[in-house]
Design a protein around this ligand. Sequence first.
Ligand SMILES: Nc1nc2c(c(=O)[nH]1)N[C@H]1C(S)=C(S)[C@@H](COP(=O)(O)OP(=O)(O)OC[C@H]3O[C@@H](n4cnc5c(=O)[nH]c(N)nc54)[C@H](O)[C@@H]3O)O[C@H]1N2
Ligand SMILES: Nc1nc2c(c(=O)[nH]1)N[C@H]1C(S)=C(S)[C@@H](COP(=O)(O)OP(=O)(O)OC[C@H]3O[C@@H](n4cnc5c(=O)[nH]c(N)nc54)[C@H](O)[C@@H]3O)O[C@H]1N2
Ligand code: SF4
Ligand SMILES: [Mo]
Length: 714
Amino acid sequence: MKRLDSTLDDMSGVETHCPYCALQCGMRLRLQPGPAEPARVEVTPRASGGNRGGLCQKGWTSADLLTSGERLTTPLIRWSRDDELEPASWDEALSFVATRIRRLQAESGADAVGILGGGGLTNEKAYALGKFARVVLRTRTIDYNGRFCMSSAAAGGIRAFGLDRGLPFPASDIAEADAVLLIGSNVAETMPPFLQYLTAQKAGGALIVVDPRATATARQASLHLQITPGTDLALALGLLHIAIVEGYVDRDYVAERTTGFDGVRPFVMAYWPERVERLTGVPVSQQRAAVRLLAEADRAMVLTARGAEQHAKGVDTVSAFINLALALGLPGTPGAGYGCLTGQGNGQGGREHGQKADQLPGYRKIDDPAARAHVAAVWGVDPDTIPGPGPSAYELLDSLGRDGGTRGLLVFGTNPVVSAPAAAHVEQRLRDLDLLVVADLVRSETAELADVVFPTAQWAEEDGTMTNLEGRVIRRQRLSPPPGEVRTDLEILAGLAERLGRGTLIDADPETTFNELRRASAGGIADYAGISYARIEAEDGIFWPCPTPDHPGTPRMFLDRFATPDGKARFVPVDYRPAVEDIDAAYPVYLTTGRVLAQYQSGAQTRRVAALRKAAPNPFVELHPDLAERHGIADGDDVRVTSRRGSATAPARVTDTIRVDTVFMPFHWAGAGRANSLTNPALDPTSRMPEFKVCAVRLEKAAVPGAETEVGAA
Ligand SMILES: Nc1nc2c(c(=O)[nH]1)N[C@H]1C(S)=C(S)[C@@H](COP(=O)(O)OP(=O)(O)OC[C@H]3O[C@@H](n4cnc5c(=O)[nH]c(N)nc54)[C@H](O)[C@@H]3O)O[C@H]1N2
Ligand SMILES: Nc1nc2c(c(=O)[nH]1)N[C@H]1C(S)=C(S)[C@@H](COP(=O)(O)OP(=O)(O)OC[C@H]3O[C@@H](n4cnc5c(=O)[nH]c(N)nc54)[C@H](O)[C@@H]3O)O[C@H]1N2
Ligand code: SF4
Ligand SMILES: [Mo]
């Protein structure tokens, strides 16, 4: 990969990747010659990483936000609580924040100031944010939005394999599989170019999709299991039951490459097919067909995503599907395996380098003395000054402004007012802070509540690295500097560190930061020591672990051994439990939530792109015609959805592609149609993942016909 495309006739092009999801599609950016001010940026796709030359609509339109009138251009300060946010200088904004942080920490201790990071941040920023927390603020209070995203899959992977790399093989291996079991993923909308790997199965193999909705992805499947939300764990147990009874277990593999199978058996034997049909709604014949397709394939893959993972039993569900994959002899077998589809742009790297509550760089554990000693030496601090583990994202948000809780919060790269569960409660907690600081590109709903907002550079205006869903470390390249007074996140952290008297500890330069990250990760699980900017560019990305400059990187893991002490994968015994909140007479319908193609996450970015706003203008409630009829609701009517947390109102989208007992809402919008006003913040005991994907609601046609739903950017 060359920094400048030789076919360009000027010096204005760079090869980089899309700013949004974890597929990190390759793209070429070029400043359009002409009078436009600011200059227009042209996006063209290029094959790199996992995309094979594809881009989705979000990628094509990603440059529009660079020149949007809605982006932040100066710092903003709210001088006192009743004031509006108003423009301020960097000096004022940084001083304001540093002074408040010092005061809060003097009054209430170091942990009273916390950080909430994001999985869209580059590796350099994720690393700097974790380091900033531990050595500048010396707070244990830091976590990030990946807790809401990848935490269940990560915990499940670590339990079984000893480490968590979403796909332990290149995405292109999936195209070679004869059968794929895809659980709770709608890649047709969430990673469109990825669909090409799955439709390859249509030729001769099988694609089995587990989803309560007949999504665009499920409609490509040879077999669609239209499961009751929140019951995937029972299905996984049932599929393994069938595999055992029908003699499909790969006994040699189980004996040679795994431990613990006998401990799993007794749990599984209690999930016979008829019982599983009662629990999940998946007919016995379909359960059997799914097992046969998988077991009889030469190369089969089991892939999970948020539909299966975002539950208060997400980790056990992942374990149950890994158990199935192990029994069939898939993980660590060339062309086969288990993987999870990481979501955010840097959802993989963002969970490796220390912005997690319990973690130090290189996927090290913060309570491991050897890890602390190694990282402290790189940082030049005494290991005893590095704080211990802190609260998880939802627990952190829930503690804000309460007695003994966090009093000041710095937010980098997440918009919890829209994306956190029980969002009305979280919004109130944010309002109760003594200090809320938000670094963002735009005035997100969370920025609207802040005391200070820092304007940050966008992806095309900065250098750095991202790690895509395959564990491939790739380069983000700067096309042009940010406009006006806008600074990068690294510059903001360095500026704050300086004002807090620890200026030498945070460097604003991405490559210098990356080289420090390499040393900090050396010898860790996610070892980046051998990866350099120059190598990434020359080799179109490098898969970790890559411990030395002459190491080729590791596209395929676990071929000889797993990352456990004895090298064997572990079966983990798990049992089914129902959703934390099941349906009942008062709340008789399941709500599940997720995504649509043209909006990204909290929508802070994509609601501000005209083409995307046009393609997906507002929230909606997707429901089955029979359910709609029972409530006297017609397509387009405003529907009021109520859970034990609150209500949301959005227009009905009546379709027979969804289960009759379930409604679906996308979570990309704020205001009246905010899906997270409804969701249940019950947490998984291991991963602390909230139960985004199932809660109980009731429906009614909204009282005021045609009542306005809050839409649009602000
Ligand atoms: N367009 C777009 N693409 C994105 C994103 C975005 O916001 N917009 N976000 C990115 C990120 S961060 C992520 S994490 C990924 C997420 O990517 P996906 O996991 O594909 O996305 P979701 O829509 O959240 O959920 C997938 C499916 O799970 C189904 N589902 C709901 N409940 C259940 C259940 O109980 N069991 C099962 N088996 N399925 C269930 C839903 O119907 C939905 O179709 O997408 C990434 N890509
Ligand atoms: N109900 C429901 N809720 C969900 C989910 C669900 O399926 N259902 N999914 C969950 C999942 S998987 C995820 S990942 C979360 C995502 O939800 P959020 O964490 O809210 O995700 P984003 O909208 O990507 O937030 C990123 C914010 O940071 C800004 N930003 C972008 N790039 C940068 C940068 O480089 N630096 C800085 N400082 N800011 C930047 C953006 O403008 C935006 O305001 O939502 C979770 N919430
Ligand atoms: S699939 Fe993901 S990375 Fe590719 S263009 Fe779309 S949003 Fe960007
Ligand atoms: Mo995510």
